[in-house]
Ligand binder design. Structure first.
Ligand SMILES: Nc1nc2c(ncn2[C@@H]2O[C@H](COP(=O)(O)OP(=O)(O)OP(=O)(O)O)[C@@H](O)[C@H]2O)c(=O)[nH]1
Ligand SMILES: [Mg+2]
Ligand SMILES: [Zn+2]
Length: 205
């Protein structure tokens, strides 16, 4: 089951480094209730490219290849989603180790143990990395977080201007955009959750 809060954390950290982001949802052969479409409908309006793949049924492997060609790319995501399996499909020279998902806790087993950069036969470099099951945003300031939710950017006419954190302020353009459906509410809720987390973390020190 996709873990969207974790996805949003990856996005925040990648946006902070000004990286170009492509969201790849794997194992769409298991997607009986069309979760792919639901997630795509959250992230595409924000401006992200969303690709659904299946290594087993060879769906959209070429689309991921296109993103990799002549670029330097890192595969990041939870353990067990099929990052190494996807790389093995993308380049037949790769023989990366893959591992099954535990039956009991339904999580990956952290099969990939280190980050390594590989050359692609069709041009470009790609790093396979170990999967994470959690990510904390320790060194991000509360006022900074909104910059990494790129869909907020165009709503800059809040009453409190650039000081608006889009939480409890009156006449907040971002909150209005959430209310009228221009900003996906899932993303806004995720923003508030991460904001609270950052603030609680800061208070402890
Ligand atoms: N149903 C389904 N299972 C897949 C697919 N691709 C990979 N898997 C399975 O998912 C499990 C995990 O695959 P890995 O490639 O090892 O996952 P990973 O993301 O590299 O995991 P870590 O190295 O632990 O981060 C294996 O049992 C694969 O056989 C797919 O397209 N569909
Ligand atoms: Mg792996
Ligand atoms: Zn605001």
């Amino acid at each position: 089951t996709p873990h969207l809060s974790l996805l949003d954390r990856f996005i925040v950290l990648a946006e902070r480094e000004n990286l170009e982001i492509v969201i790849v949802l794997t194992k769409i052969d298991l997607d009986d209730d069309n979760t792919f479409e639901k997630i795509k409908n959250i992230y595409e309006p924000c401006g992200y490219k969303v690709i659904g793949v299946s290594n087993f049924e060879k769906i959209n492997i070429d689309k991921v290849k296109e993103e990799l060609k002549d670029n330097t790319v890192v595969f990041a995501g939870p353990s067990g989603v099929g990052k190494s399996s996807l790389l093995n499909e993308i380049d037949s020279n790769f023989k990366l180790k893959t591992g099954d998902v535990s039956d009991k806790i339904k999580r990956g087993r952290h099969t990939t143990r280190h980050a390594e950069l590989f050359e692609l036969e069709f041009g470009g470099l790609v790093a396979d990395t170990p999967g994470f099951s959690s990510l904390t945003l320790d060194d991000i300031e509360d006022i900074e977080l909104k910059e990494y939710f790129i869909e907020f950017e165009e709503y800059d006419d809040c009453k409190f201007g650039s000081k608006c954190i889009h939480q409890n302020e009156p006449n907040c353009a971002v909150k209005e955009a959430v209310e009228n459906g221009e900003i996906p509410k899932e993303r806004y809720e995720s923003y508030i959750q991460l904001l609270n987390e950052i603030r609680q973390g800061k208070r402890r020190y």
